[in-house]
Design a protein around this ligand. Structure first.
Ligand code: MG
Length: 343
């Protein structure tokens, strides 16, 4: 704790001193240097504007009476050039009428000192400006911290805590964007909804800790299969996952589904209470379209969901697409379904 009356150390200022009289500038520069400040000197309105742009000073000390444009004009130009910014301006003038001060403040000045300025008064004003400067810097720091915190919050609110994949909220936003993008570029967009088969039984038998580990493993697996930068795997909710595959036609969607089923088969994550396999399996619904003006996220989700239901009703462990009227299981040749052709 500092004892009372101990001056608080404040960082020195970078000052732009504007005065057409060299003798006046010399006296002021000596005082400012003695107080530890750095000074740039301008002898006219024009050079003041140039140096202000070049050096972005912390403070401007501005003479009123100068040949050509006066200090009021300089102040209004500086204010106009700082959109959203604020650099303090203190006028120095031998004019001591009330209306001179009024005009100075109206033109954008923050304070007005009558020349000759006492060294003590000038130092006191500069200390006040240093405190304001410190406060302004702190506000800038705080608003930066707030921006970073907001970005983190947005990221977290779009992320599923368990799997680290985007959650439903993130997925919904991305789907809207990808539909618009595919509409604009007239490229195919594929949406996949998939669901772990008999997951309730998995949880009931092995417990929720194992169930969570299983969801995490599946999340990693989906992420590893999404190799293109815009492929977007998400946890849709519970044991449901959704994938957005931009620029993916029907054939590509089926290739993806087969690769996913094959990877699951190879991984062979044990599933103790599945009636169709010893390992974890997925059922999935696929929809692919080149979106037009009538396409909507709800419409795509409904079609994918209906296809998922069809995959479940066809015995699970397969992917189904109404657009193709094709079932991945046929391609795997287990013969449980009659052959179907591409629509
Ligand atoms: Mg002058």
């Amino acid at each position: 704790m500092l004892p009372p009356n101990t001056p608080i150390a404040l960082p020195p200022l970078r000052i732009l001193l504007v005065d057409d009289q060299e003798a006046t500038r010399q006296v002021l520069v000596a005082q400012l240097h003695a107080a530890g400040h750095a000074v740039e000197q301008a002898d006219s309105a024009e050079s003041a504007l140039t140096l202000f742009r070049q050096h972005a000073p912390d403070l401007v000390l501005l003479d009123v009476e100068m040949p050509g444009h006066d200090g009021y004009w300089v102040a209004s130009q500086l204010r106009a050039s700082e959109a959203g910014g604020w650099t303090p301006i203190i006028f120095l003038s031998s004019l001591d009428q009330d209306h001179n001060l009024w005009q100075a403040i109206e033109s954008g000045g923050d304070d007005y000192l009558v020349k000759p300025v006492s060294g003590t008064v000038l130092q006191a004003k500069l200390r006040a400006m240093q405190r304001l400067r410190r406060m302004q810097n702190r506000l800038i720091e705080l608003s930066d911290e707030l921006r970073v915190a907001n970005e983190q919050l947005t990221r977290i609110s779009h992320e599923d805590a368990l799997t680290g994949l985007p959650n439903r909220r993130g997925f919904d936003l991305r789907l809207q964007q990808e539909i618009l993008s595919a509409q604009r570029d007239q490229t195919p967009l594929t949406l996949v909804l998939c669901d772990i088969d008999f997951f309730k039984g998995y949880n009931d038998t092995l417990g929720h800790v194992e169930g969570d580990a299983c969801l995490q493993q599946l999340g990693q697996l989906l992420r590893s299969l999404c190799r293109r930068p815009r492929d977007y795997p998400a946890r849709y909710g519970g044991e449901e996952f959704a994938l957005i595959l931009p620029g993916t036609p029907r054939s590509g969607a089926m290739t993806f589904a087969r690769a996913l089923l094959r990877t699951l088969e190879l991984k062979a994550i044990p599933h103790p209470c599945s009636s169709i396999a010893k390992h974890l399996t997925l059922s999935g619904g696929i929809t692919t379209c080149v979106p037009d003006k009538t396409s909507s996220a709800e419409g795509l989700l409904r079609r994918a969901d209906e296809a998922l239901y069809a995959a479940k009703s066809r015995g699970r462990n397969c992917f189904f697409s109404f657009e193709m009227q094709m079932d991945t299981r046929e391609q795997r040749g287990n013969g449980r379904l009659p052959p179907a052709s591409l629509a």
